[in-house]
Design a protein around this ligand. Structure first.
Ligand SMILES: N[C@@H](CCC(=O)N[C@@H](CS)C(=O)NCC(=O)O)C(=O)O
Length: 80
């Protein structure tokens, strides 16, 4: 499961969504507009910043859209 913490209107999140579409990925989206989700993000990642990706299968989590895009390309970009 890929979990992506996002915020409506966030351009960095939009960048990750574009790559997700390109790679035909499905994210379990969590929007920090909900204060409980925002608190959950801070608890898990340490700060309130989106996008934040959790790849449960690989036990990997990261902030920073460029790092997320690179990670998704590396992990899913070579599908045959
Ligand atoms: N360098 C970061 C920038 C991320 C960023 O600035 N995100 C904003 C939303 S666009 C954010 O998390 N702001 C905190 C908030 O909205 O509470 C990236 O590329 O992911």
């Amino acid at each position: 499961m890929l979990i992506l913490y996002v915020k409506t209107g966030c351009p960095y999140c939009a960048k990750v969504f574009r790559v997700g579409e390109e790679l035909q990925l499905t994210f379990d989206q969590k929007n920090i507009a909900d204060p409980e989700i925002a608190a959950e993000l801070i608890e898990k990642g340490g700060k309130r910043q989106v996008p934040y990706l959790i790849d449960e299968e690989k036990d990997v989590a990261m902030y920073e859209s460029d790092a997320i895009v690179d990670y998704l390309h590396q992990r899913f970009g070579m599908k045959m």
